[in-house]
Design a protein around this ligand. Sequence first.
Ligand code: ASP
Length: 389
Amino acid sequence: MGTHRNGIGRRRFLAGSGLAAAGLLSMRGQARAGAQPPVAPGEPAARRAASVGDSHRGPCVIASGNGPNATERAFKVMSAGVDPAEAVVAGVKLVEDDPKDNSVGYGGLPNEEGVVELDASVMHGPTHKAGAVAGLRNIKNPAAVALKVLQRTDHVLLVGEGALRFARAHGFKEENLLTPESHAAWLRWREAMGADDWLNPEERDWPRPGKKTLEEFLAEEAKQSRGRDAGPIPFTWGTIHCSAVNRDGDVGSCTTTSGLSWKIPGRVGDSPIVGAGMYCENEVGAAGSTGRGESLIVNCGSFAIVQYMASGLTPTEACLATLKRIVDRTREKRLLNSKGRPNFNASVYALRKDGAYGGACIYPGGSFAVTTSDGETRVHPCAPLFEAE
Ligand code: ASP
């Protein structure tokens, strides 16, 4: 698994270990069904294909495809008069709390030492303030801690031990964030590394032929007492991003994640970096990202989207233009496929101040959730920059 750190190995590992479940596959299906032609930034408006979300106006919440519950919740909270920045934090909490989403909060996949480290950021349009935490351990809701950084400090970003102490001081409960499933997934990854003393299934002479292991017996016993099977871990793509605009045109934005699985301890992705994993300007709108964080950091992904919207591109066009920047600036051979294109995917999401919205990905596979001014929640495929390789 020499390439696991760039995210490609992670996906291969998940596919090979049976974790690539319905989530990923059905998202691919959706993307093909609704694929829209890529828009060349700068192409005359008349020749540009209209995208879903172009003509929407009014209050709206958008999230990455794993967040329909988050957009619905944030919309409800925001409609009751709560500020959009607080509403999006309330929305993503549902996903952070969900043990089945192994990309975020409780149940998120751990670092290479088996420890879950979480990153999150939140931004408030009207005050142009942001708060973020990175490498936070043992706290299930890093987005809420990021919001406290925004509201209760003069700083933007707290990391590691300092972030944990700050969370403790604000009464956040410490808990083990590994679920039995994410722990088992980490052990399988660790044992598959080879050339060390951790034995993988081929190397170990266990279980003995024809014998049931104690673990299998205990799992069966637990299943009988529950009366149902817990099932495999559904693989959900990355992180959750969520942005909102209320009826006054005020915006807020939030991204929260367990980051790249099996990462080097201390690795920080785009999610807690203002301008990379999320960004908003109250005069323009909000944006956020999921996918290979390193690429979004070096291209200031979310900042670029908001600037493209400020210069007149629609949300979908702004997302595609930003992905094109990423593609054009990906130059390391190990990150390129045989066509000279990136061998990773990224998805980005945008919401304009007037309520227009859109999402795009480098390759088909990304999707986004949106709750629109009529209160309806839908999941759409992101517009792909390229068709599938
Ligand atoms: N963007 C996240 C990170 O790099 C990971 C992801 O969205 O899959 O930490």
